[in-house]
Design a binder for this molecule. Structure first.
Ligand code: SF4
Ligand code: SF4
Length: 405
């Protein structure tokens, strides 16, 4: 695709990167076939190809309106289009740049700004998020049914006795997961301990930066990333083998730290090293020899939902499914498994109607073969699906921990 980027972006490295991405698109439209919003809305401007055109116009200096911003807002950033694209168009990065530019050109009204600001000021901070959750739990009987269903149930906590091991890895505790499902990382610690690996948590690390980043507050997102790098660096300098994420959404962002901080002279090298060490929990397990498992314990039928951040973002489609079937679980067939469940970071709050429609479609495919449990690999998807599913929704590491115990 030819481009003629406006002179106003002459010294903007992000826009230069976006121009390169725009030029790699050959406008074939293959990506429209796997775009969830295009499937639901049927409007070319709600497809990847349409949005690429809108971003091109925006960066070429054409007039843009709230309508343009709405089409970009409706994108889930699920990156299903990237998996389908034969030309390797990095759509996820392109839409980030497009959103950052349009946020400044078409400012939001007061209530939208307030909503986004509240999300940014609460969600990435476990202390604040925990207080909000407790208040919501206390007022649960008075909440409307739709909101009540969204309140997460805490997973069962079992004490973990961490013993020192020769092999050490770091785990990202993150923000929402550490409050809502701390059982996930506890399970990860127990599983890795059986393999002779000690999972460490850096107390000063926190949100991976995704919340701010996805709300087009790039500088704020980069500050979260720098904070994590500072917190992890002493561990990395000593003996830590990997920086593990048990939430695929956070893992996808940590793997991008190197790219996102490449222009920061103070952090670029460290960020690159962190990204090299960043691994999804599944990538670690795939390389280890798992202990023998009592086959009777794996009799449950499992429907696995592969989060977009795992299959499209980290390009790890099939990895967890292979681990689960390898140890004896029966996985059901899930139709349209490439499509998003509608959680998509803050999407379920900001685009509730589309998000609910995607959730209903997802649960209907996942529950078609009547599984005993739905398993997934990301806290956002887990909470979103648990709000309406007819069976328990767990992190797959918890299933593994149960059968290894
Ligand atoms: S993003 Fe890829 S699949 Fe979509 S129109 Fe461009 S080249 Fe074709
Ligand atoms: S990221 Fe997902 S929703 Fe957005 S254009 Fe691509 S496929 Fe469609």
């Amino acid at each position: 695709m030819q481009t003629n980027i406006s002179k106003q972006f002459e010294n903007n490295p992000a826009v230069q990167e976006a121009e390169e991405i725009l030029r790699s698109c050959v406008h074939c439209g293959f990506c429209t076939a796997t775009c969830p919003t295009y499937q639901i809305l049927g409007d070319e401007l709600d497809s990847p190809r349409g949005r690429i055109y809108l971003i091109k116009q925006l960066l070429e200096g054409s007039e843009v309106t709230e309508k343009t911003r709405t089409h970009l807002d409706r994108c889930l950033t699920c990156r299903s289009c990237e998996t389908t694209c034969p030309s390797g168009v990095r759509y996820g990065r392109l839409v980030e740049v497009g959103r950052e530019v349009i946020e400044k050109k078409v400012p939001r009204n007061f209530s939208e700004r307030l909503q986004r600001s509240l999300i940014r000021k609460i969600v990435p901070y476990p202390g604040r998020f925990s207080i909000l959750l407790k208040m919501a739990q206390l007022s649960k009987p008075f909440l409307p049914g739709s909101l009540r269903a969204k309140l997460p149930q805490k997973g069962l906590l079992r004490a973990v006795k961490v013993t020192s091991q020769k092999r050490k890895m770091l785990v990202l505790d993150g923000c929402v997961q550490s409050v809502v499902t701390p059982a996930t990382n506890q399970a990860a610690m127990r599983v890795l301990e059986k393999l002779g690996i000690e999972l460490q948590v850096a107390p000063k690390a926190g949100c991976c930066g995704a919340v701010s980043h996805h709300l087009s507050e790039q500088d704020e997102g980069l500050d979260f990333m720098r904070r994590n790098i500072d917190a992890w660096w002493p561990y990395i300098e000593s003996e830590c083998e990997a920086v593990i994420s048990t939430a695929s959404g956070c893992g996808a962002v940590v793997k991008d730290y190197g790219d996102l901080l490449k222009l920061d002279s103070q952090y670029a090298e460290k960020a690159k090293r962190v990204s090299e060490l960043a691994k999804d929990f599944g990538e670690i397990l795939a390389k280890e020899k798992l202990p023998e498992i009592d086959k009777q314990k794996v009799s449950r039928k499992v429907a696995f939902h592969s989060p977009c951040t795992l299959q499209h973002g980290q390009k790890l489609a099939g990895l967890v499914e292979n681990i689960l079937t390898g140890i004896g679980f029966t996985l059901t067939y899930v139709e349209d498994s490439h499509l998003c469940c509608g959680s998509a970071g803050t999407y379920s709050i900001l685009q509730p109607e589309l998000s609910q429609q995607l959730l209903e479609n997802k649960l209907s495919s996942l529950q078609k073969e009547q599984p005993d449990v739905i398993a997934t690999a990301n806290i956002g998807c887990q909470m979103h699906m648990a709000s309406k599913a007819g069976v328990p929704v767990k992190h797959w590491i918890e299933l593994l921990d149960e059968v290894l115990s």
